[in-house]
Design a protein around this ligand. Structure first.
Ligand code: AMP
Length: 212
């Protein structure tokens, strides 16, 4: 299973990706987590990305595409993966399509979590409060100003990615404002193969058996 989870910051991509990781036993590849690890380890990529990330803007496409290309070539991603936070631009989506084509692979689905943007700010502020109350530290980009910048980047650069996948017939949209379990159930429904898919897969198997 190869999946992409799309949605604005605070939509619950991380939560749903983690659940899908456990369900399908495939790695959750969060470019945000990978970049934060690079910042933490003060690698050359991390040192360059830190200020951009803190401000809520997007790291350059080439940097992120390189990280993802390396990561999906690792053995644990062979059986599949969930991309969380990537692609964030149409350029990244095109680069991903190229990477997968080179490996004779394709995405199974792209799930988009649709959310009410006004409610998002309240959600992200609550997340920050809960983290602090639990003794944790809040991400540098989890404040109202950086959040608005992340939302702007989403509207300008990532919203067109949904249109890109919709045009290819791969996009499945789910209401991300519902309770977590209801969102999970809606994603499961969206991933359930339709009869048309099952019949198509059966015919392909039959044809390859007859011809092979
Ligand atoms: P996230 O944890 O997914 O919200 O990502 C945190 C920050 O990392 C973003 O605001 C960006 O600065 C950077 N980032 C993560 N993924 C990408 C990506 N695919 N393209 C560009 N920048 C990214």
């Amino acid at each position: 299973m190869r999946l992409v989870i799309l949605g604005p910051p605070g939509a619950g991509k991380g939560t749903q990706s983690a659940r899908l990781r456990d369900k399908y036993k495939i790695p959750q590849l969060s470019t945000g987590d990978m970049l934060r690890a690079a910042v933490q380890a003060a690698t050359p990529i991390g040192l360059k990305a830190k200020a951009v990330m803190d401000s809520g803007r997007l790291v350059p496409d080439d940097t992120v595409v390189g990280i993802v290309a390396d990561r999906i070539s690792e053995p644990d991603a062979k059986a599949g993966f969930i991309l969380d936070g990537f692609p964030r631009t149409v350029k990244q989506a095109e680069a991903l399509a190229e990477m997968l084509r080179a490996k004779n692979m394709d995405l199974d689905a792209v799930i988009e979590l649709k959310v009410d943007e006004e409610a998002l700010l309240a959600r992200i502020e609550q997340r920050a409060r809960e983290t602090v109350a639990g003794g944790g530290s809040v991400r540098a980009d989890d404040n109202a100003e950086a959040f608005m910048a992340r939302l702007d980047a989403y509207r300008a650069q990532t919203a067109p990615v949904s249109a890109y996948y919709a045009e290819k017939g791969a996009l499945k949209t789910v209401d991300g404002m519902a309770p977590i379990d209801a969102v999970s159930a809606a994603i499961d429904d969206a991933l359930r193969p339709t009869w048309a898919h099952k019949v198509g897969a059966f015919l392909r198997r039959l044809a390859s058996r007859l011809c092979g």
